[in-house]
Ligand binder design. Sequence first.
Ligand SMILES: *[C@@H]1O[C@H](CO)[C@@H](O)[C@H](O)[C@H]1NC(C)=O
Length: 386
Amino acid sequence: MASSSSSSLLVATVFLLTAVSLFSPSQSATCASQTFTGGRDRVYTFCTDLPALDSYLHWSYDQPESTLSIAFVAAPTRPEGWISWSINPTGTGMVGAQALAAFRDSRGGMAVKTYNVTGYGPLKESRVWYEVKESSAEYSGGVMRLFATLVLPAKGLTAVNHVWQVGPSVTGGVPDKHEFKAGNMKAKGILDLLRGQSNGAAGGDSKTNKRNIHGILNVVSWGIMFPIGIVMARYLRTFPSADPAWFYLHVSCQVSAYAIGVAGWATGLKLGSESKGVTYSYHRNIGIALFVLSTLQVFALLLRPKKDHKYRLYWNIYHHGVGYSVLILSIINVFKGFDILKPEPKWENAYIIVIGIVGGVAVLLEAITWTVVVRRRKSKNQSLSP
Ligand SMILES: *[C@@H]1O[C@H](CO)[C@@H](O)[C@H](O)[C@H]1NC(C)=O
């Protein structure tokens, strides 16, 4: 009974996740309809509608040469204001940003300058982390366009932290402070240099597929099968008629979860090694801990003392301790993974529903188990009393 219902739940989940993945990236891109004057030099491989400040980034990236050509499009807060786009090679926010800024100069043309942003103090034009091979800017219709070709000093990057911003004014050739509204604070993120919204994304699709495979394998194994295996062990054991069936169910569920989980884990290592420039340390470290702990569990099975052995109690405590740690870390890491891959919300919602059902079943079984155990104790006491 329990095995058929849990495996059909699994099949349903795999089906659901696969179905969702087929329908996933369907955002309508505004940037894809933007074009620039200036001929072939102003045609870019990728673009993205940035998630804050109504701004857009277009880029082409020559990975072997580490050359990045960008067009950053945004409206300054006021016509006499500025727009800026930065790479932050050392952090995720404004501090450390290696900024390009465009604004109108005193003669009515457009200036592009670079700033090494060290804090919230006044900016000073300076050299930056990358070399600027060429830069220019345009202003029309309330919108500024900043063009630049950069040579990045780090070889083979696939992603960078970027920050963008718009400001209201420029004083003495120096951009003044920006506003501190929600949009200004949210204007940062990770730019996947090899993947954008426009068509003909060379290499972008295969990377997306790898990420989806990584997500599906790990959500199914760590996020769903392991918890189901733990629920089976904990609750089926109460029923004498389910012995030793619960044991084999539990072992086969966890061993298959482990096999799928290790495959998923390996895809994660691969993705991690390909993602030069951005390391998701929490997700990676939890993933490594999960691999170690679950490998220990598999070996613990081989070292399991007999039921009446004096060390069996300690083995049980150890096995349960590690098991529950794996349970908690798995679920945390699935959500960390959702944060990184940012699939459409329905993925995460589907997982929340599935894990919610597993949790709900566990709570129900916990209640039933307690009633059974209490009743059993009572009847034992009665049969013992004279
Ligand atoms: C930017 O400023 C920081 C702090 O002063 C300094 O450590 C760093 O070397 C500077 N970067 C460049 C490219 O000059």
